[in-house]
Design a protein around this ligand. Sequence first.
Ligand SMILES: C[S@@+](CC[C@H](N)C(=O)[O-])C[C@H]1O[C@@H](n2cnc3c(N)ncnc32)[C@H](O)[C@@H]1O
Length: 188
Amino acid sequence: MKNLITKTTELAMEVTLKYIKPGDLAVDATCGAGNDTVSLASAVGDGGKVVAFDIQERAVELTGERLRTEDLDNVSLHLESFVNMDKYVEESSAAAVIFNLGYLPGGDHGITTVAETTLVGLAKALKVLKSGGILSVVLYDGHEEGRAEKTAVLEWARALDSKAYHAAFVNFINQANYPPEILWITKK
Ligand SMILES: C[S@@+](CC[C@H](N)C(=O)[O-])C[C@H]1O[C@@H](n2cnc3c(N)ncnc32)[C@H](O)[C@@H]1O
Protein backbone atom coordinates (compact mmCIF):
# COMPACT_ATOMS: atom_id res chain seq x y z
CA MET A 1 0.00 0.00 0.00
CA LYS A 2 1.16 3.52 -0.78
CA ASN A 3 2.32 5.46 2.30
CA LEU A 4 -0.16 8.33 2.34
CA ILE A 5 1.52 10.55 4.92
CA THR A 6 4.93 11.18 3.34
CA LYS A 7 4.01 13.84 0.78
CA THR A 8 1.64 16.61 1.81
CA THR A 9 0.43 17.62 -1.64
CA GLU A 10 -0.30 13.99 -2.53
CA LEU A 11 -2.27 13.43 0.69
CA ALA A 12 -4.21 16.65 0.10
CA MET A 13 -5.10 15.43 -3.40
CA GLU A 14 -5.93 11.84 -2.33
CA VAL A 15 -8.51 13.13 0.13
CA THR A 16 -9.85 15.74 -2.31
CA LEU A 17 -10.37 13.08 -4.99
CA LYS A 18 -12.70 11.17 -2.62
CA TYR A 19 -15.14 14.08 -2.96
CA ILE A 20 -15.01 14.18 -6.78
CA LYS A 21 -16.76 11.99 -9.33
CA PRO A 22 -16.73 12.02 -13.13
CA GLY A 23 -18.84 14.88 -14.48
CA ASP A 24 -18.15 17.19 -11.53
CA LEU A 25 -16.87 20.75 -11.52
CA ALA A 26 -13.62 21.42 -9.62
CA VAL A 27 -11.58 24.58 -9.08
CA ASP A 28 -7.80 24.93 -8.84
CA ALA A 29 -7.29 28.37 -7.28
CA THR A 30 -3.48 28.35 -7.76
CA CYS A 31 -2.53 26.22 -10.76
CA GLY A 32 1.26 26.85 -10.58
CA ALA A 33 3.04 24.17 -12.62
CA GLY A 34 -0.25 22.36 -13.26
CA ASN A 35 0.28 19.19 -11.22
CA ASP A 36 -2.93 19.55 -9.24
CA THR A 37 -4.88 20.79 -12.26
CA VAL A 38 -3.97 17.60 -14.14
CA SER A 39 -5.13 15.42 -11.21
CA LEU A 40 -8.46 17.26 -10.96
CA ALA A 41 -9.02 17.23 -14.74
CA SER A 42 -8.37 13.47 -14.89
CA ALA A 43 -10.80 12.89 -11.99
CA VAL A 44 -13.72 14.89 -13.39
CA GLY A 45 -13.20 13.33 -16.83
CA ASP A 46 -14.50 14.37 -20.25
CA GLY A 47 -17.97 15.13 -18.92
CA GLY A 48 -16.64 17.33 -16.11
CA LYS A 49 -14.81 20.61 -15.94
CA VAL A 50 -11.96 22.26 -14.04
CA VAL A 51 -11.62 26.01 -13.70
CA ALA A 52 -8.04 27.00 -12.86
CA PHE A 53 -6.46 30.32 -11.89
CA ASP A 54 -3.02 31.85 -11.39
CA ILE A 55 -1.84 35.45 -11.39
CA GLN A 56 1.50 34.46 -12.94
CA GLU A 57 1.81 34.19 -16.72
CA ARG A 58 4.52 31.53 -16.42
CA ALA A 59 2.21 29.37 -14.30
CA VAL A 60 -0.61 29.59 -16.82
CA GLU A 61 1.85 28.66 -19.62
CA LEU A 62 3.26 25.71 -17.66
CA THR A 63 -0.21 24.42 -16.79
CA GLY A 64 -1.36 24.78 -20.41
CA GLU A 65 1.68 22.77 -21.56
CA ARG A 66 1.00 20.03 -18.97
CA LEU A 67 -2.64 19.78 -20.07
CA ARG A 68 -1.63 19.48 -23.74
CA THR A 69 0.92 16.78 -22.88
CA GLU A 70 -1.73 14.86 -20.94
CA ASP A 71 -4.29 15.41 -23.72
CA LEU A 72 -6.78 17.01 -21.31
CA ASP A 73 -9.14 19.62 -22.75
CA ASN A 74 -11.68 19.96 -19.94
CA VAL A 75 -9.94 22.87 -18.16
CA SER A 76 -10.63 26.57 -18.49
CA LEU A 77 -7.44 28.33 -17.50
CA HIS A 78 -7.43 31.97 -16.37
CA LEU A 79 -4.64 34.48 -15.77
CA GLU A 80 -6.63 35.86 -12.86
CA SER A 81 -6.58 36.11 -9.08
CA PHE A 82 -8.58 33.60 -7.08
CA VAL A 83 -10.36 36.52 -5.43
CA ASN A 84 -12.40 36.70 -8.64
CA MET A 85 -13.28 33.00 -8.88
CA ASP A 86 -16.96 33.75 -8.32
CA LYS A 87 -17.02 35.61 -11.67
CA TYR A 88 -16.20 32.31 -13.42
CA VAL A 89 -17.82 29.71 -11.18
CA GLU A 90 -21.47 29.64 -10.13
CA GLU A 91 -22.46 29.69 -6.49
CA SER A 92 -22.79 26.23 -4.85
CA SER A 93 -21.58 24.41 -7.98
CA ALA A 94 -18.09 23.00 -7.24
CA ALA A 95 -17.41 19.57 -5.75
CA ALA A 96 -13.89 20.67 -4.79
CA VAL A 97 -11.83 23.86 -4.59
CA ILE A 98 -8.11 23.58 -3.94
CA PHE A 99 -5.48 26.13 -2.93
CA ASN A 100 -1.77 25.34 -2.86
CA LEU A 101 -0.47 28.50 -1.21
CA GLY A 102 2.95 30.13 -1.41
CA TYR A 103 5.10 30.66 -4.49
CA LEU A 104 5.80 28.65 -7.61
CA PRO A 105 8.81 26.38 -6.96
CA GLY A 106 11.53 27.35 -9.43
CA GLY A 107 9.62 30.54 -10.26
CA ASP A 108 9.58 34.11 -8.93
CA HIS A 109 9.46 33.78 -5.10
CA GLY A 110 8.25 37.40 -4.97
CA ILE A 111 4.93 36.29 -6.45
CA THR A 112 3.41 34.55 -3.48
CA THR A 113 -0.02 34.29 -1.95
CA VAL A 114 -0.64 36.83 0.85
CA ALA A 115 -2.95 36.63 3.86
CA GLU A 116 -5.23 39.50 2.92
CA THR A 117 -6.17 38.22 -0.54
CA THR A 118 -6.04 34.56 0.48
CA LEU A 119 -8.79 35.19 3.04
CA VAL A 120 -10.94 36.79 0.36
CA GLY A 121 -10.25 33.86 -1.98
CA LEU A 122 -11.13 31.30 0.68
CA ALA A 123 -14.43 33.03 1.43
CA LYS A 124 -15.21 32.96 -2.31
CA ALA A 125 -14.28 29.28 -2.37
CA LEU A 126 -16.88 28.48 0.29
CA LYS A 127 -19.41 30.44 -1.77
CA VAL A 128 -18.82 28.41 -4.96
CA LEU A 129 -18.54 25.08 -3.12
CA LYS A 130 -21.63 22.89 -3.22
CA SER A 131 -23.08 21.04 -0.28
CA GLY A 132 -20.99 17.90 0.34
CA GLY A 133 -17.97 19.47 -1.36
CA ILE A 134 -14.43 20.01 -0.05
CA LEU A 135 -12.08 22.97 0.16
CA SER A 136 -8.46 21.80 0.43
CA VAL A 137 -5.67 24.23 1.34
CA VAL A 138 -1.94 23.40 1.44
CA LEU A 139 -0.10 25.91 3.64
CA TYR A 140 3.63 26.67 3.95
CA ASP A 141 5.02 28.42 7.01
CA GLY A 142 8.73 28.18 6.10
CA HIS A 143 8.81 31.80 4.90
CA GLU A 144 7.70 35.01 6.59
CA GLU A 145 4.66 35.75 4.43
CA GLY A 146 3.58 32.11 4.76
CA ARG A 147 3.68 32.26 8.56
CA ALA A 148 1.42 35.33 8.68
CA GLU A 149 -0.85 33.73 6.10
CA LYS A 150 -1.10 30.47 8.07
CA THR A 151 -2.02 32.33 11.27
CA ALA A 152 -4.74 34.28 9.48
CA VAL A 153 -6.12 31.24 7.63
CA LEU A 154 -6.34 29.08 10.75
CA GLU A 155 -7.99 31.88 12.71
CA TRP A 156 -10.56 32.19 9.92
CA ALA A 157 -11.15 28.44 9.76
CA ARG A 158 -11.56 28.06 13.55
CA ALA A 159 -14.30 30.68 13.50
CA LEU A 160 -16.39 28.94 10.81
CA ASP A 161 -19.89 27.93 11.89
CA SER A 162 -19.62 24.30 13.04
CA LYS A 163 -23.22 23.68 11.95
CA ALA A 164 -22.33 24.56 8.36
CA TYR A 165 -18.73 23.30 8.01
CA HIS A 166 -16.27 20.70 9.27
CA ALA A 167 -12.65 21.87 9.35
CA ALA A 168 -9.57 19.69 9.95
CA PHE A 169 -5.91 20.69 10.08
CA VAL A 170 -3.03 18.26 9.47
CA ASN A 171 0.49 19.00 10.66
CA PHE A 172 3.44 16.65 9.98
CA ILE A 173 4.87 17.07 13.46
CA ASN A 174 8.18 15.19 13.30
CA GLN A 175 9.49 16.30 9.89
CA ALA A 176 12.33 18.78 9.26
CA ASN A 177 12.35 21.96 7.15
CA TYR A 178 8.83 23.21 7.70
CA PRO A 179 6.84 20.59 5.80
CA PRO A 180 3.62 21.95 4.30
CA GLU A 181 0.39 21.52 6.26
CA ILE A 182 -3.15 20.84 5.15
CA LEU A 183 -6.47 22.44 6.00
CA TRP A 184 -9.61 20.69 4.79
CA ILE A 185 -13.07 22.21 5.05
CA THR A 186 -16.21 20.37 4.02
CA LYS A 187 -19.57 22.07 3.51
CA LYS A 188 -22.67 20.47 5.00
C1 LIG B 1 2.71 26.61 -4.65
S1 LIG B 1 2.27 27.27 -6.19
C2 LIG B 1 0.98 26.22 -6.77
C3 LIG B 1 1.44 24.86 -7.22
C4 LIG B 1 0.41 24.10 -8.06
N1 LIG B 1 -0.76 23.74 -7.32
C5 LIG B 1 1.00 22.87 -8.74
O1 LIG B 1 0.40 21.78 -8.70
O2 LIG B 1 2.05 23.02 -9.36
C6 LIG B 1 1.36 28.74 -5.74
C7 LIG B 1 0.86 29.54 -6.91
O3 LIG B 1 -0.05 30.54 -6.44
C8 LIG B 1 -0.04 31.60 -7.36
N2 LIG B 1 -0.73 32.76 -6.79
C9 LIG B 1 -0.28 33.68 -5.89
N3 LIG B 1 -1.24 34.58 -5.61
C10 LIG B 1 -2.34 34.21 -6.32
C11 LIG B 1 -3.67 34.75 -6.47
N4 LIG B 1 -4.06 35.83 -5.78
N5 LIG B 1 -4.53 34.11 -7.30
C12 LIG B 1 -4.15 33.00 -7.99
N6 LIG B 1 -2.91 32.46 -7.92
C13 LIG B 1 -2.03 33.05 -7.09
C14 LIG B 1 1.45 31.79 -7.63
O4 LIG B 1 1.67 32.50 -8.82
C15 LIG B 1 1.94 30.33 -7.69
O5 LIG B 1 2.00 29.85 -9.01
